[in-house]
Design a protein around this ligand. Structure first.
Ligand code: FAD
Length: 422
């Protein structure tokens, strides 16, 4: 039995490791376009921002370790096509240009996603970059390390944009964040997202909402960012406006894709084509609350779905329990957490819900140093089942969020959660 895995970061290497743990006799071959394997891209902003100066700390397992486990690794190899009728993939070795074919019994597609670069004028100028891969991180760290880089503009106020803002603050840059929408952190409800906004402004980030970037100007190197409202000095621009599944090579393969290009999978990670599985940022994931597929690009999900794809490629029938969209983020001196659905999503889904916001302290007032934690709960108006929770605070907010994660996962009611012996 031979399993070929395309993509060697979170989903791909979780699948490869799971297969080898279950059956050492299976031949596992990995094709990875880049030079790095099995790294936590989540650490990239902290590497760029000088919180960690050794990129190897982001690597979970090295090529040598995977090879020692019997996995055949081919970095610098891009898979360019797939013919499921005769179970053949086309591969190019990027350094030499050598093109060849390989066969599989089972195929796992774990190609992740790539950063979207909107068609801004001047986007090809030096100093305009995205942060997605280890290679991006290494480039940005070196580029931003120059004392000539004083003004950094970040386009996009999602998780990555915000983490980049903190990274460049740490490097003592002047940081401006431009967001086309009416708030940053759209995955949080408005009053919770405001905490991140206030914290970033307090630390010196200039935030522009409802403002659209039009162009990057200057010579070969970016000098200005032009928007529909103004023009700002920029020595470096990081565009963080979203990602798209890296599934272009599946065109005409018969593997069914969603509108945004994500591979459509069932809860066992089967694609629409027999013996082909998919997991991670290149695929959709089942949402436990809506009971429908959605696109959610998170490393936590990629790792779990990768393991499931690996087990099921060997004939297993493990079902993915589903995502809740659980995520934690550090925004300078505050921690934020969200799980389940927010108020806006609940409205869109037509759910009869209620919300409750409470403020409490991370520990009792009789001991010094207490800090406030704010918690918002979203629950069914009739059945009181907890649908989602969002928290923020200086200390202990992120990990306390896990409690709500378990409650939402198990469809607990507010009363049931209240009775738990914490
Ligand atoms: P990827 O990590 O994208 O890996 C896919 C690999 O496939 C890539 O290396 C690519 O080179 C390769 N590939 C693509 N096409 C081909 C091809 N045709 N042939 C061969 N190889 C190919 N998630 C969290 O859960 N928490 C966080 O805090 C968090 N922070 C993040 C911060 C940043 C800056 C970034 C960029 C991401 C962050 N994420 C976070 C998201 C997380 O990193 C991703 O969800 C995760 O890496 C997805 O893993 P994956 O294996 O599906 O895809």
């Amino acid at each position: 039995m031979k399993v070929v895995i395309v993509g060697g970061v979170a989903a791909g290497m979780s699948a490869a490791s799971k297969i080898k743990r279950l059956d050492t006799t299976v031949k596992v071959t990995v094709y990875e376009k880049g030079d790095f394997l099995s790294y936590g891209a989540c650490g990239l902003p902290y590497y760029v921002g000088g919180f960690n100066d050794d990129y190897r700390r982001m690597i979970a397992r090295t090529k040598e370790e995977f090879e020692a486990a019997g996995i055949e690794i081919n970095t610098g190899h891009e898979v360019t096509g797939l013919n499921p009728n005769n179970k053949i993939i086309s591969v190019i070795e990027l350094k030499t240009g050598r093109v060849f074919e390989d066969s599989y019994d089972k195929l796992i597609i774990a190609t992740g996603a790539y950063s979207v670069m909107p068609p801004f004028k001047g986007k090809e100028k030096l100093g305009v970059h995205t942060l997605k891969t280890m290679e991006d991180g290494i480039f940005l760290k070196e580029y931003a390390g120059s004392p000539d880089i004083k003004n950094v503009v970040i386009v996009g106020g999602g998780y990555i944009g915000i983490e980049c803002a903190e990274a460049f603050l740490n490097l003592n840059k002047s940081v401006r964040l431009i967001e086309a929408g009416d708030r940053i952190m759209l995955s949080f409800d408005k009053e919770m997202a405001e905490a991140a906004h206030t914290e970033l402004e307090k630390k010196g980030v200039s935030i522009h909402l409802n403002e659209k970037v039009k162009a990057f100007t200057g010579g070969n190197i970016v000098e200005q960012v032009e928007t529909d409202k103004g023009s700002y000095k920029a020595d470096l621009v990081v565009v963080a406006t979203g990602i798209r599944p890296a599934t272009g090579f599946l065109e005409n393969s018969g593997v069914k894709l969603a509108k945004n290009g994500a591979v459509i999978v069932d809860r066992e990670m089967h694609t629409s084509v027999k013996d082909i599985y998919s997991a991670g940022d290149c695929a959709e994931s089942y949402n436990r609350i809506t009971e429908e597929n959605m696109f959610l690009a998170l490393g936590t999900v990629a790792n779990e779905c990768g393991r499931i794809a690996g087990e099921n490629a060997l004939g297993g029938h493990v079902q993915f329990d589903g995502v809740l969209g659980s995520a934690a983020i550090k925004v300078c001196d505050i921690e934020m957490f969200r799980t389940g659905i927010g108020e806006e999503e609940a409205e869109k889904l037509g759910i009869n819900f209620k919300t409750s916001i409470v403020s409490a302290y991370d520990h009792p007032g009789y001991y010094p140093g207490k800090t406030e934690i704010r918690i918002k709960l979203i629950y069914g108006a009739e059945d009181k089942v907890i649908l989602g929770a969002q928290l923020y605070g200086e200390k202990g907010a992120a990990l306390r969020g896990d409690v709500f994660d378990v409650a939402v996962h198990n469809k607990m009611t507010t009363k049931e959660l209240g009775r738990v012996d914490f």
